[in-house]
Design a protein around this ligand. Structure first.
Ligand SMILES: NC(=O)c1ccc[n+]([C@@H]2O[C@H](COP(=O)([O-])OP(=O)(O)OC[C@H]3O[C@@H](n4cnc5c(N)ncnc54)[C@H](O)[C@@H]3O)[C@@H](O)[C@H]2O)c1
Length: 324
């Protein structure tokens, strides 16, 4: 199959592209190398994908560039749409950018898919759509009408707009709600990447709340295995629309996460305490039974194993030898 991966130069997109190439697919990646974080990291991710084989072509372009989308969609069977402004806290600073890329950008893509008669889409949504829900685990049937950040609202809006193109034009859409994905190449703004570097350098780590907030951290290999299954799921004969949680069903409190990283880095964590941030939720916890049944989704990597793999990768990178 020929698969278009938007956001291919990013953290999840680069791992996914490598996996799809290894599975024998042809991948076109589209990414504008947004400077939200280091462009050098994104170029390194692209170089790693290129090493996976010659079944990869890259288009550096913005999702909202219709001509680029027309070029990118030539011969494509399935689209995996990962390109987005990501991150909860920055979305409070720049809400318009989030609406523009995550919502308007998604409509540019859906319209281009309609023009090119590409009918299979996997859309990257987020556990943040559950808002500050206390009922756990989070199930796809729970009401998600109370997002508490512009980012979360933009992801929920993305799910809705994809449903509209499913209804009007017969697209088959799998919306995947990712739960805090981590692993090698993780976005530097996310907790595990940030804490590892700060602890290693002997710097204070910003510690929000009393340490009881928890996240359902999911190792990136498990997430991309789920995305790859969803690519197959979109091949159903009649148009389908479904939402799946891709989490680990094992929330980890912040204080335990810091302990694990400190142990793996073998240095003490120096905490600088702050109150819980606006937009942050208390917990995330995925009910993954629906994904298990439909996508054979079965996450395998424990947080202990995942942190150990992340820190090994970090060490190799710091030593300058790192294949990522
Ligand atoms: N990492 C997580 O924990 C997590 C959790 C839930 C959902 N998600 C979603 O998964 C997807 C991938 O996340 P990630 O962590 O790999 O983030 P990332 O920032 O590493 O990757 C996103 C990529 O999209 C690109 N991009 C941004 N705006 C673009 C535009 N206008 N045109 C073209 N490309 C553009 C960026 O340059 C980047 O390479 C995103 O949709 C994100 O919202 C991630």
């Amino acid at each position: 199959m020929h698969i278009l991966v938007t956001g291919a130069a990013g953290f999840i997109g680069s791992h996914l592209s490598q996996r799809l190439i290894a599975e024998g697919h042809c991948v076109t990646g589209l990414d504008n190398l947004d400077p939200f974080y280091s462009v050098a990291l994104k170029r390194r991710n692209l170089a790693e994908i290129a090493l996976s084989g010659d079944q990869f072509r890259f288009i550096e372009a913005d999702l909202r560039d219709d001509h680029a989308l027309d070029e990118a969609l030539q011969g494509v069977d399935v689209v995996v749409h990962l390109a987005a402004m990501a991150g909860v806290r920055p979305s409070i600073e720049r809400p318009l950018a989030y609406v523009d890329v995550n919502l308007a950008g998604t409509v540019h893509l859906l319209e281009a898919m309609r023009r090119h008669d590409v009918r299979r889409l996997v859309f990257a949504s987020s556990s943040s759509v559950y808002g500050d829900q206390r009922k756990v685990p989070f199930s796809e049937d729970d009401s998600v009408d109370r997002p508490i950040s512009p980012y979360a609202a933009s992801k929920k809006a993305g799910e809705l707009i994809c449903h509209t193109w499913h209804h009007l034009y017969g697209l088959t859409v799998a919306c995947l709600r990712f739960f805090t994905v981590y692993g090698p190449r993780q976005r530097p703004d996310l907790a595990i990447a940030k804490f590892t570097a700060l602890i290693d350098h002997g710097d204070e780590i910003p510690f929000f709340g009393d340490g009881t907030t928890s996240r359902d951290y999911t190792f990136v290999d498990d997430t991309v295995a789920g995305v790859s299954s969803a690519v197959g799921w979109t091949g159903a004969e009649t148009p389908q629309y479904a939402i799946f949680n891709l989490g680990n069903s094992s929330p980890v409190p912040l204080s335990h996460l810091v302990e694990l990283i400190s142990r793996a880095v073998d240095k003490p964590a120096i905490l600088k305490h702050f109150p819980v941030q606006p937009g942050d939720v208390e917990t995330t916890y995925a009910d993954t039974r629906k994904a298990a049944a439909a996508l054979a989704y079965a996450p395998k990597i424990s947080i202990e194993e995942g942190i150990s793999r992340y820190v090994s990768w970090y060490r190799a990178l710091e030593a300058g030898t790192g294949r990522t």
